[in-house]
Design a protein around this ligand. Sequence first.
Ligand SMILES: C[S@@+](CC[C@H](N)C(=O)[O-])C[C@H]1O[C@@H](n2cnc3c(N)ncnc32)[C@H](O)[C@@H]1O
Length: 279
Amino acid sequence: MEEKLDTSEVMNFNNLNSENKVVIDSNEEIWNKETYNAWVNRFGTPEEAAERISKNPEGLLSILHSKFGDVRGKKIMNLMGSNGNKAVALALLGAQVTVVDFSEGNKSYALDLAKAAGVKIEYIVSDVLKLPKEQLSSNYDIVFAEMGILHYFTDLAPFMNVIYELIDKKGIALIRDFHPISTKLISSRGSTAKVRKHKVTGDYFDTSLEEKDVSYHKYSENDEPKKVFLRRWTLGEIVTSVAASGLVIKSLEEEPNLSSEVFDKGIPKTFTIVAEKSL
Ligand SMILES: C[S@@+](CC[C@H](N)C(=O)[O-])C[C@H]1O[C@@H](n2cnc3c(N)ncnc32)[C@H](O)[C@@H]1O
């Protein structure tokens, strides 16, 4: 049984400090621990992972590849880019990539991965909401963040504003994340398509913070799971926050399970928003 936090208590505390502060400070400390070893357990050593990525960087990028097109010479920012596997794949395709993430362990793995792949990436260890002014340079051709990111914020506006500040006036922003129908509404059981059953058990409009095991825990050797606090947003809240930042939404695509035609067929699993800067 997952324990729910009383949102009002946390939000009030947030109000006494800066926006998002309580949740981000506690999540940051947790992400900084154990991560390097967890990535080795998950993807192999940086050398092993680099060999795999180098064979098919386009494959690793999946939908990002079709959205970005030819990235040669493009200046790309990957916000909350974790272990750097997307950044390294893009660098292998000729892009100039910067990652921002607040985990030192992620940075170490990402830089070792880049070195093993024979490419350079820039990795800034920082809270995305506290990037130094000179970094908010409005000169990135592409700014993207994806797969398990929006739930770390108790307010989406500051994050969308950072994206707005980073992209060039002709650049594009891409936000890809897990679909709220899957994360907020539906619970599923059964490990094969034949026996799999789905139930509507969640409250789509629930605004409380959820305490969860940190996502890399399943690859960690530490028995005691670290916890993070998550705010699960509805699709309407996400789209509205992108539009409120001044970005112009070009597309919102909802995606099925891309790794199987039959497993969880008919259920939206991820979504991708592509936006541009308004002129
Ligand atoms: C689930 S991962 C994102 C997945 C990643 N895009 C990938 O392809 O592997 C979430 C990342 O966000 C980072 N993170 C969470 N909150 C952050 C914040 N406020 N500022 C910077 N990084 C943050 C964590 O360190 C973690 O690496």
